[in-house]
Design a protein around this ligand. Structure first.
Ligand code: MRU
Length: 348
């Protein structure tokens, strides 16, 4: 199984997603600032993977704190958390992971600074390990939506590379495959930075899952030709009413799917759901550098001075979503109460 991110010998080891598919190489990061840079520049990306990276980066930064008083230590830890919170705005998992580290910090601080450092490292490792288990449960909960012989369309990368391993949307695909179903995946290239072409295609080929790459503007034609049985995507943040932010282009796919009577599934862990946000209008959408649109892998494809708008995500209103597949079960319409029920057994 592809491992996206690991903790090893007091360092964060992660696969360099900017180098894929050309080179498979792991980077060993020993400075927490480099972990923030890796999140910002998409060396590691995908909501759950960003959460794991933040947890490990915070653990790394805390290990390196030299303060000897509880007050000073707490202040530096909070500064560290604030720095990670600024890395990217949309993925809920980033903030979920930071909040989990903050809760543990407060719990363990009375036992001393050394105890906190040890506990935070263990917690970050646990967040990574748990993520793989969560994805496997998402897979088990979602595999029945895929029938033998289905053609599945996916967008961006919601696979092993977007998580600690196994994937969310691709976790559902993997679980259906493991059950012996024959299936085939159409992969949207996913402009501007090609997570579909570079990453999803790479990991599907690694796992020998039949896949065909298409450019983003081909999806409607494929649906009209009857070539797509279902769409499965991941999510960066899901509001309390089921509205879902995911990679730019997801919204158009959802509308196309509705027009063609094709089910549209979102697969995501509960840590992606933000119940403090009532609907999609409250989800912060990241805008990225114009050069991602003006250039394609370093090659300029537009006039250097042209104005560019580059939102990294869009919001799919819940009315276009057939079901949201999580590790705790499947939410269906009406999503508000259905999502609330998913959290019930876990409420503290
Ligand atoms: O900008 P990215 O590559 O971090 O965007 C990733 C996505 O939009 C994924 O679909 C989402 O994070 C779900 S990953 C399981």
């Amino acid at each position: 199984m592809i491992r996206t991110i690991l903790w090893a010998d007091d360092a964060v080891v992660l696969i360099d997603q900017k180098a894929l598919p050309g080179k498979v190489r792991y980077l060993t990061l020993t400075d927490w600032r480099d972990v923030i840079t890796a999140i910002k520049d998409l060396t590691i990306r995908g909501a759950p993977a960003i959460g794991v990276a933040a947890a490990m980066g915070i653990a790394l930064g805390t290990l390196q704190l030299t303060e000897t008083t509880a007050g000073g230590f707490r202040k530096s830890f909070e500064d560290l958390c604030k720095a990670f919170a600024k890395a990217r705005p949309t993925a809920r998992n980033l903030f979920w992971a930071i909040e989990r580290m903050q809760r543990l910090f407060a719990e363990v601080l009375p036992s001393g600074i050394a105890a906190v450092k040890k506990a935070l490292v263990e917690e970050a490792i646990a967040i990574g390990e748990e993520d793989i288990g969560i994805n496997r449960r998402i897979g088990l909960n979602g595999k029945a939506f895929i029938r033998d012989g289905d053609n599945i369309l996916t967008h961006c990368n919601a696979g092993a590379l977007a998580t600690a391993g196994y994937g969310t949307a691709l976790g559902v695909v993997r679980a259906a495959r493991e059950e012996g179903k024959r299936l085939h995946v159409y992969v949207d290239e996913t402009r501007p930075v090609l997570q579909g072409a570079r990453l999803t295609c790479w990991e599907l080929l690694e796992d020998r899952i039949p896949a065909t790459l298409i450019t983003d503007n081909m999806a409607g034609f494929l649906m009209a030709q009857g070539k797509v049985n279902l769409v499965i995507v991941g999510a960066d943040r899901i509001a309390a009413n089921g509205d879902t932010a995911n990679k730019i282009g997801t919204y158009s796919l959802a509308i196309l799917a509705k027009e063609h009577g094709i089910p549209f599934y979102v697969a995501a862990p509960l840590s992606t759901i933000d119940r403090s946000i009532a609907d999609g209008t409250g989800i912060p959408i990241e805008e990225r550098h114009p050069d991602e649109v003006r250039h394609l892998h370093g090659v300029r494809t537009a006039p250097e001075k042209v104005q560019v708008y580059n939102p990294a995500f869009d919001v799919t209103p819940h009315r276009y979503i057939t079901a949201i597949i999580t590790e705790a079960g499947v939410a269906k319409r009406p999503f508000g109460p259905s999502i609330r029920r998913l959290f019930k057994p876990r409420q503290k």
